[in-house]
Design a protein. Structure first.
Lengths: 476, 417
């Protein structure tokens, strides 16, 4: 049985066509089936190929862990892992030439005009959803002081206020300029590659997948053509470093979320009489005009807001308690706190196991796994620090956190024993043969700020309006 | 065998290992105190940026550091498990001791660097930093201190001198960029002589063969004079490193410290700016050091010359195995309480014996387990019903009631009552 990991998202349709062209038609894949486990038509489940759909950035991890033999994902995610963990048993096989993009370092227009200019900044703030590539960039350039902001998305929206440089995937330099960024350095020509687990490649017959792809012409590029090779900048000549930016600014800065929190934030803002033109649309405007004078609004991922509040870049943010707690479990001394519970977007953050596991509590489940001789409990979680805190506080003994980007329902039982997962009605869980075994906490949409913030009149007005909206929420 | 619970690359020190470790540490400390050095310690965690600027750690070393976000690292600025002790010492000097005409510091501490497979990832070092304007006598002093430490442990060290400035001057002359210089330097150190050929091609006027000249190990200052004659016309910048090296070599020769001169020696540290040295014992590298005149200013201090060295404790301790038996830590006297009620009296006796300088152990249950007894090989005093029972030669028992009498009987002096 060959285990193949395929990506969700934009690659689905072109990859399904490519696979079908090679005689590997994956039922439901190109059509965007909601199911995470798919079958390859014409190949029996026993001797053939089993397919599971993951979020793209989780695929190199799954291949390296050996849970899957082969996978397809952007080479950028492979390099993101390899640059930090070069020993992982993961082999990029060939370029499928799908989903081309470049990974660029781009600077805010006002900050610097070229790579050498970075050396003159007192501290270089780099935002990226490729934090390891960003770190490798900073290290190779020998930046004397830098901070990497690992973000969940929308890194291009960080400069100039919240970062000096963004390391992002872009379709060419013009794409960067559209975001107001000056291209500094291209780290990688990325596209989707077929990758393999080294052990599987060494010991297992992968021919039923490799053969058709190679003979079908999909393997039309390899490492030899220079694609997929990580390039790093030369060390920058030391320059006189500028002063640290002066603290304080005129406007109050508010961040509102995109993604699953967006709907709840739109409703809360409407109830507060603070409608943001363009924010309710998709894709959301990154900087919608403010309804109040003296307020700047920015749309970013809710996960990334606590950090920006902690560093003082933002004054106020609408996020989820899940994102705040994840930040606080990572950085217990952080000065961020919840100031208003908006009473919307409720869900439970739960510990979830396979419905077939004969255990009713987490302790029973732990006993079962231990008596079965399991070396470590595998925990898949979108919030790894939360999962880590949970496992520690419940005395899991030996455990392994598998950070995941989404498509979480498919992980248990094959690729993880336990899932830390948001649950609402339980319908999705039942569909995926899962059940809740423990409750971590109840999350809602909330407003966060610094503990030591001293609100001026504008911030007070904003807080007052949001408090009234919280009181008017349907659940209150 | 099941997988060890110990982390890969980490070492448990057993009592015998720890004793050997202490011998090295103590020999080193005595030498340092004798030369007027003061002991310091720097923290295990440092800010990563101390090590990332050019001229500090090499990129190869940086790829092996253990860095992470601290619990209050929400800003994204990383900390690191100390991968090197010289850079933290430079920071300590800059922040706490700047202004002293010369700082003479020594330390015994560990460094953490990722290594492949089962190779060690935590290494202990005896280090010395001499910060201030002391060239070249400082370099000589350091070499003598390192040799004296090894000598005190019964080891005879071979000394090799070098100066990265020699090859650096040629690479700069060849117009190589900094990353190219580092790559070529590493290739040469790995024994890839083709790299020297590439360098030679980039300096067309340089007719003497670099691979011929630089791979010889010189045995005296004359070798340095030969290098000067062959290279200085085409690469005038080579004169400074050769002069500095000659100054050190000359003094060592005068005081009878035999040494060799190897132009290609150090790797992985970008901070060395002048003479460097390696020490080996029986073909095993046990330490090294050198000048790092630019480092103090790189970590934010004034431009202050400095040099230092480190001895690798694990390497040296391994050489001691056959040379000295570990110190005996066995117990002299076992105070064995016959039951729980006698435990107080047994401990009272133990305290009195400790005050008399004896090594003691307390056992509960007169017989004790056989395993326990095997460890406690000392003379036994059984405490039962308020009496102390001493087993004498030939199985004859003595019964005493006062602690002071027991102490006198078994330890030869009375203490306590």
């Amino acid at each position: 049985m060959i285990k193949l990991a395929l990506p969700a998202g934009d690659l689905r349709a072109p990859l399904a066509d490519l696979l079908a062209g090679a005689g590997l038609r994956v039922e439901g894949y190109g059509e965007g089936s909601r199911s995470y486990r798919l079958a390859v038509r014409g190949r029996s489940a026993s001797g053939g190929v089993t397919v599971r759909v993951f979020r793209e950035k989780d695929i190199p991890i799954q291949i390296a862990l050996g849970n899957y033999d082969l996978g397809v994902c952007s080479i950028a995610w492979v390099r993101e892992m390899q640059v930090k963990f070069p020993e992982q048993p993961l082999v990029p096989l060939f370029d499928l030439k799908l989903g081309p993009a470049q990974i660029y370092a781009g600077a805010a227009l006002s900050a610097v005009t070229g790579l050498p200019g970075l050396a003159s900044l007192a501290t270089v703030r780099i935002a990226s959803d490729y934090p390891n590539l960003a770190e490798a960039f900073a290290r190779a350039a020998r930046l004397p002081a830098y901070r990497i902001q690992a973000v969940w998305g929308a890194a291009e929206a960080y400069p100039p206020e919240d970062a000096d440089v963004a390391v992002i995937a872009a379709a060419g330099e013009d794409h960067l300029r559209d975001h107001g960024l000056t291209p500094l350095f291209c780290l990688l020509e990325s596209s989707a590659w077929l990758i393999a687990n080294a052990g599987a490649l060494a010991r297992k017959d992968l021919g039923p997948v490799l053969g058709p792809l190679v003979s079908g012409g999909a393997a039309n590029g390899g490492a030899a053509n220079g694609g997929g090779v990580l390039r790093l900048p030369p060390p920058l000549a030391a320059a006189a470093r500028g002063p640290l930016p002066a603290p304080g600014r005129a406007a109050v800065r508010l961040a509102v979320p995109d993604g699953h929190q967006q709907r709840h934030a739109v409703e809360a803002l409407r109830a507060a009489g603070l409608e943001l033109p363009g924010y309710g649309e998709s894709p959301a405007l990154r900087r919608p005009p403010s309804p109040l004078p003296g307020v700047e609004v920015k749309v970013i991922r809710p996960h990334d807001m606590p950090q920006l509040i902690a560093t003082g870049e933002l004054d106020l943010a609408i996020t989820g308690r899940d994102c705040l707690n994840e930040h606080l479990y990572s950085f217990p001394a952080s000065p961020v706190e919840e100031v208003i519970d908006l009473q919307r977007g409720q869900y439970n953050l739960s510990a979830v196991v396979s419905a077939d596991l004969p255990a009713g509590t987490i302790d029973e489940a732990l006993d079962l796994w231990r008596s079965a001789g399991r070396a470590a409990v595998r925990i898949a979680a979108e919030f790894p620090a939360t999962a880590d805190h949970y496992a520690r506080s419940r005395h899991f003994w030996r455990y392994q956190i598998i950070p995941i980007a989404g498509a979480s329902e498919g992980f248990v039982p094959e690729d993880a024993d336990l899932l830390i997962e948001g649950t609402e009605t339980g319908k999705t869980l039942a569909e995926n043969k899962l059940k809740v075994i423990d409750l971590l906490y109840r999350s809602t949409t909330c407003v966060i700020a610094r503990k030591d913030s001293r609100p001026g009149p504008v911030l007070k007005q904003l807080l007052g309006a949001l408090r009234r909206a919280a009181g008017a929420a349907p659940g209150v | 065998m099941s997988e060890s619970m110990r982390c890969r690359g980490m070492t448990d020190m057993l009592p015998e290992d720890t004793m050997r470790f202490r011998r090295v540490e103590e020999a080193f400390r005595q030498v340092c105190l004798g030369w007027g050095y003061a002991e310091v310690r720097t923290p295990t965690l440092e800010r990563l940026h101390l090590f990332t600027a050019a001229g500090t750690l090499s990129p190869q070393m940086l790829e092996r550091v253990y860095s992470f976000l601290d619990w209050d690292g929400w800003s994204g600025e990383r900390v690191v498990l100390r991968p090197d002790s010289t850079i933290p010492a430079a920071r300590l000097y800059t922040e706490r001791l700047a202004g002293l005409p010369a700082a003479k510091l020594c330390y015994v501490q560990n460094v953490f660097r990722f290594a492949q497979g089962d190779e060690s990832r935590e290494d202990w070092q005896c280090g010395v930093e001499l910060i201030g304007d002391t060239q070249p006598q400082g370099d000589v002093e350091l070499i003598l201190m390192a040799c004296e430490t090894l000598q005190a442990l019964g080891l005879s060290a071979g000394v090799k001198l070098s100066d990265p400035g020699i090859l650096r001057a040629i690479l700069v002359k060849g117009g190589f960029s900094l990353p190219e210089q580092i790559r070529l330097y590493d290739r040469v150190l790995d024994g890839d002589l083709a790299a020297l050929g590439e360098v030679q091609e980039r300096v067309p006027g340089l007719s003497p063969s670099l691979s011929g000249l630089l791979t010889v190990e010189g045995e005296a200052t004359e070798y340095l004079d030969n290098l000067r004659s062959a290279l200085v016309t085409e690469v005038p910048e080579i004169a400074r490193p050769l002069d500095e090296l000659s100054a050190v070599s000359r003094v060592l020769t005068q005081i009878g410290v035999s040494h060799r001169i190897a132009p290609l020696l150090v790797r992985n540290f970008e901070y060395y700016t002048g003479p460097v040295f390696h020490l080996d014992v029986a073909g095993r590298k046990v330490g090294g050091g050198g000048r790092y005149d630019a480092l103090i200013s790189l970590v934010g201090g004034d431009t202050v010359p400095a040099s230092g060295f480190a001895l690798e404790i694990d390497q040296i301790a391994a050489l001691l195995t056959a040379e000295a038996a570990p110190e005996q830590a066995a117990v002299n006297i076992v105070c064995a309480a016959a039951n729980g009620l006698d435990l107080g009296a047994a401990f009272a006796l133990a305290l009195a014996l400790r005050a008399a300088g004896r090594r003691v152990a307390v056992m509960a249950g007169a017989s004790g387990s056989s395993r326990h007894r095997a460890v406690l090989a000392g003379r036994q005093v059984v405490v039962a019903g308020g009496e102390f029972i001493l087993s004498g030669d030939g199985g004859k028992e003595r019964r005493l009631t006062r602690v002071a009498d027991v102490v006198r009987a078994v330890a030869g002096s009375a203490s306590g009552g």
